[in-house]
Design a protein around this ligand. Structure first.
Ligand SMILES: Cc1cc2nc3c(=O)[nH]c(=O)nc-3n(C[C@H](O)[C@H](O)[C@H](O)COP(=O)(O)OP(=O)(O)OC[C@H]3O[C@@H](n4cnc5c(N)ncnc54)[C@H](O)[C@@H]3O)c2cc1C
Length: 274
């Protein structure tokens, strides 16, 4: 529940407020997580981000070699932006429905503590970095490190390096209902010509651990080789994941889904030209 509400209109004011108010203050973007019924028990001071002008899509801005995405872009704005890579637009479209996507933001999806955050696997597959700001300054951090460290900082940009845009990406997700939360989300990317040997693969899976993870052992087995037959690849993935059962799926179902979805994604990535 929001105890106190601030709406700064400069980045500097937002950072000063956060530094002054400390851990009891939370950045508020679309509020689809923070205002969810399950989160309402905790009282907090809200620092709204919608006055900061952090919702742009820019190519090569501020000396960044690649695409710079603002954290307050809503998921629907991402879907509707032609400059955004198709795989990221496809992943955003996996979230709930248009009403939710009109509020939910890119930065909120990355910062929320959701084990199966829809956009994390695809952004890992696109080698995304984040720009983070707090009272001590700005730093650039790979997305995987951000998710591991969980710094209490403001995400001010999501950066997609130009080189990573050459990656071919395959995506799959599994949810029990069209509008329901995602149970498993997988993204696989690689370099090289379609149907040639797999180069620099990234295999990212959400829903089989406390956070999204890269299956680096599977990546190593794929690197430099022709696409393995499906049963072999599924076997590698089954060995690599150790999901826990929850009220929605048994551990065995999640392991099976992870194997099938990774194999689907690699086949899609191998064929994709965008
Ligand atoms: C019905 C429903 C279905 C959903 N289905 C899915 C789904 O399938 N997959 C999925 O991933 N999510 C799903 N969500 C969750 C939610 O929509 C997303 O996680 C959303 O992107 C969160 O963004 P937000 O702007 O609403 O975040 P908020 O609720 O505003 O904030 C979430 C967290 O992120 C922090 N935060 C926000 N912006 C920043 C920033 N720029 N820098 C640092 N911290 C920040 C906040 O302090 C807070 O801790 C669903 C939600 C609903 C209500």
């Amino acid at each position: 529940m929001i105890r106190e509400f601030h709406r700064p209109v400069t980045l500097r004011d937002a950072l000063e407020l956060k530094a002054r108010l400390g851990g009891g203050a939370r950045y508020l973007a679309g509020g689809t997580e923070l205002n969810a019924i399950s989160a309402r028990a905790a009282e907090f001071t809200a620092i709204a981000l919608d006055g900061l002008g952090l919702g742009a899509v820019a190519e090569g801005a501020d000396g960044v070699d690649g695409l710079r995405l603002g954290p307050t872009l809503t998921l629907q704005e991402l879907i509707d932006a032609p400059a955004v890579p198709p795989a990221l637009r496809e992943a955003a479209a996996h979230v709930a429905n248009r009403n939710i996507r009109n509020g939910a933001t890119l930065g909120g999806n990355l910062a929320a503590r959701r084990a199966c955050a829809a956009l994390v696997p695809v952004l890992l597959a696109l080698e995304a970095d984040l720009l983070l700001c707090d009272a001590t300054g700005e730093r650039r951090l790979p997305l995987a490190d951000f998710r591991r460290e969980r710094p209490d900082a403001l995400i001010t940009a999501i950066l997609l390096p130009a080189a990573a845009r050459a990656r071919r990406v395959g995506l799959r997700r599994f949810a029990r209902t069209a509008n329901g939360p995602t149970l498993l989300s997988v993204a696989v990317s690689c370099l090289g010509a379609p149907d040639a040997r797999v180069q620099s693969p990234i295999v990212a899976v959400a829903g089989v651990a406390a956070d999204s993870l890269r299956l680096t052992g599977v990546e190593r087995r794929l690197q430099g080789h022709a696409l393995p037959v499906r049963a072999v690849l599924e076997g590698w993935v089954r060995e690599a994941v150790a999901p826990a059962a929850d009220p929605f799926a048994s551990a065995e179902l999640k392991r099976h889904l992870a194997a099938v979805l990774v194999a689907d994604c690699l086949a899609r990535a191998a064929q994709r030209e965008d």
